[in-house]
Design a protein around this ligand. Structure first.
Ligand code: SF4
Ligand code: SF4
Length: 312
C-alpha cells in the first residue's frame, strides 16, 4: 500500500511541527559528497573528527535503513531571542528529546499501517539532514548554511524518519535562491566564517568554538567571542537574515543571566538547572571560558568554581 503524503503531514502539524516534507531515498548528490569530503581534508570541521565517521552511511540512507524508500523531514520552529547569551535554539528543553517525542506519532502511524522499518534522526544519526530538508521541499540552502523556508525563515530545527514506506506522492525539492543580492550574514559574522560562495568554515564559527572546542581559545578566537558576547552558540547570522523575525517572547528566567553570572557557574549547577537543555553538551568550564571571553577578560580558570559550594 502507498502511504498518504497528506496524512503524514497532518500528523506532523498536529504534533507541533511547522514544516513537513517527504523525499524519495535516492542517492545523495555527488557534489555534496565531494564538498563534504574536501572540507574534512582541509580541516573545515576543526576538532569534530566524528564528522568523518560513517561516511558511507551518511551519503547512502539505504545502508542506514534496509530497504529505505522515503525520508520524512520535519521542521520545528523556535523563537529567535533578541538579547540572549545562549543561542536561541538551545533555550529550553534539549531538542533531541522534544523532537523525538514529536516524531513518535508519525512513527506509530507508519508502523501501524505496515511499515517495517522506521528510524528517526534528530542530529543523532549520520544523515545529511539539511540536504534532505531541501530535497523534501521544506526550504532552500542559504549562504550561511541554514535551510530557509520562504514563510518561516530559518529558525527551525530539523528531525525526521527514514522508512521503507512508499508514499502516494512526493514533495519536490526547494531550489529557489533565498540569498539573491544579499550578503548580510557574510558581513555580519563576527569570525568571518561565511564565504560569499556559501561555504561555512565550521572551525571558525562561534558555535563550534563555544560548544565543541574544548580547551583554551587563542586570543584571536577569544576576540571573536568578545565581538558579540555569547556563552553558548551564536545567533548573529540568523538575526541579520531578512527571512527571520526577532520574537517578542521573553527569554525564560533561567537563561536570562549576565556574562558575570555565567562566569560563576559550576558543574553541579549546570547539571541541576540546565541538564535537560542543550547546554549540557558543554562543560561548566567551557561556559565560564566563554563568559570570560565575552567580558574581554583573560581566561585563567583553575577549576576553583567547580566545587559548586556556593551555587544555588
Ligand atoms: S553562527 Fe555566528 S559565527 Fe557561525 S557562521 Fe553564523 S554568524 Fe558566523
Ligand atoms: S542573510 Fe542574506 S545571504 Fe545570508 S542567509 Fe540570509 S538571505 Fe542569505
Amino acid at each position: 500500500m502507498a502511504f498518504s503524503l497528506t496524512r503524514i503531514k497532518e500528523l506532523a502539524y498536529e504534533s507541533g511541527f511547522a514544516l513537513c516534507g517527504v523525499a524519495r531515498c535516492d542517492e545523495v548528490d555527488k557534489r555534496l559528497v565531494s564538498h563534504f569530503v574536501g572540507g574534512l581534508a582541509s580541516g573545515r570541521y576543526g576538532s569534530m573528527e566524528w564528522m568523518g565517521r560513517n561516511l558511507d552511511l551518511r551519503f547512502d540512507p539505504q545502508k542506514l535503513v534496509e530497504g529505505a524508500a522515503s525520508i520524512i523531514v520535519c521542521g520545528m520552529s523556535y523563537p529567535l531571542y533578541g538579547k540572549s547569551l545562549v543561542a536561541s535554539y538551545a533555550v529550553g528543553e534539549d531538542y533531541h528529546r522534544s523532537l523525538v517525542r514529536s516524531l513518535a506519532p508519525l512513527e506509530h502511524w507508519l508502523t501501524s499501517c505496515g511499515a517495517t522499518q522506521c528510524r528517526h534522526f534528530v542530529d543523532s544519526a549520520p544523515v545529511a539532514e539539511r540536504y534532505w530538508a531541501v530535497m523534501a521541499g521544506i526550504g532552500a540552502k542559504s549562504r550561511s548554511g541554514m535551510v530557509i523556508n520562504e514563510n518561516i525563515g530559518g529558525t527551525f530545527l530539523i528531525g525526521g524518519i527514514l522508512t521503507d514506506a512508499e508514499f502516494d506522492r512526493y514533495d519536490t525539492p526547494s531550489y529557489f535562491d533565498p540569498c539573491k543580492g544579499c550578503r548580510r550574514c557574510v558581513d555580519a559574522c563576527p569570525s568571518g566564517a561565511i564565504s560569499e560562495d556559501g561555504t561555512v568554515e565550521a572551525s571558525l564559527c562561534r558555535s563550534y568554538l563555544t560548544i565543541e572546542h574544548r580547551g583554551e581559545l587563542t586570543p584571536k578566537q577569544a576576540g571573536m567571542i568578545a565581538k558579540a558576547p555569547t556563552v553558548f552558540g551564536c545567533d548573529v547570522c540568523l538575526k541579520v537574515c531578512p527571512y527571520n523575525r526577532i520574537s517578542d517572547e521573553p527569554l525564560p528566567d533561567r537563561f536570562a543571566l549576565t556574562a558575570e553570572s555565567w562566569l560563576e557557574i559550576g558543574t553541579n549547577r549546570l547539571r541541576k538547572h540546565y541538564g535537560d537543555t542543550p547546554l549540557s553538551r558543554a562543560s561548566a568550564k567551557m561556559i565560564r571560558r566563554n563568559a570570560a571571553c565575552s567580558l574581554g577578560l583573560t581566561y585563567n580558570d583553575d577549576g576553583g568554581n567547580d566545587d559548586d559550594s556556593c551555587n544555588k
